[in-house]
Design a binder for this molecule. Structure first.
Ligand code: IMP
Ligand code: MG
Length: 182
């Protein structure tokens, strides 16, 4: 295997095509609409990776919505992940007594979402659920419930549809993977 500069410019291979993502979003939204039945939702977008997923799914929700944005970034240069994440942008509004759904792009070890859920639970929402587009079951290192899940995938490193590799590929309309170069 080699890794050259050219690899970085190759379009990632398709893992989940755009039509499949959109079809699954219809089903996920239907589940959420069924569960909430018009109750107000505070929808929390986890930045940056979830911004496209978030904007696509909230347009399918029938409840009155408040949109909130939570910026998180994993700490770099740690040999063992503590699961503690750096909050780079906090929510604008309190969550107390709100029905909150957290929208995440991908759950890998599960430590990030677990940290986020614990942090938000401390703010005493009336209810707190999670929705992730992707989950890597073989990589999980913590027990975590994803209430609404788009797709289970293998251990491959994915990009696109908001998800990046070193800041790149967020604009792809599909979920792809890179064969070389990392
Ligand atoms: P976790 O804490 O191990 O579950 O990692 C979650 C975070 O790691 C995600 O929010 C992503 O930012 C990043 N991540 C995990 N797997 C991938 C991947 O395959 N592609 C891009 N980012 C990933
Ligand atoms: Mg993320």
């Amino acid at each position: 295997m080699h890794s050259s500069n050219e690899d970085k410019h190759k379009a990632p291979k398709v893992l989940i095509p755009e039509v499949k993502i959109q079809a699954r979003l219809n089903e996920l939204a239907q589940e959420i609409n069924h569960d909430y039945r018009g109750r107000e939702i505070t929808a929390v977008c986890i930045l940056k990776g979830s911004f496209i997923f978030f904007s696509d799914i909230i347009r399918r929700l029938e409840s009155p919505l408040t949109c909130e944005f939570l910026g998180v970034s994993s700490y770099q240069n740690r040999t063992v992940s503590s699961g503690e994440v750096k909050v780079t942008l906090d929510l604008n509004e309190p969550l107390e007594n709100k029905n909150v759904i957290v929208f995440e792009d991908i759950v890998d070890s599960g430590l990030t979402l677990s940290y986020i859920m614990n942090t938000l639970r401390a703010r005493r929402p009336a209810s707190l659920k999670s929705c992730s587009l992707l989950l890597k079951p073989e990589s999980l290192r913590t027990e975590i419930d994803v209430d609404y899940l788009g797709f289970k995938i293998g251990k491959e490193f994915v990009v696109g549809y908001g998800i990046d590799f070193a800041g790149k590929h967020r604009g792809l309309p599909y979920i792809g993977y890179i064969e070389h170069g990392h």
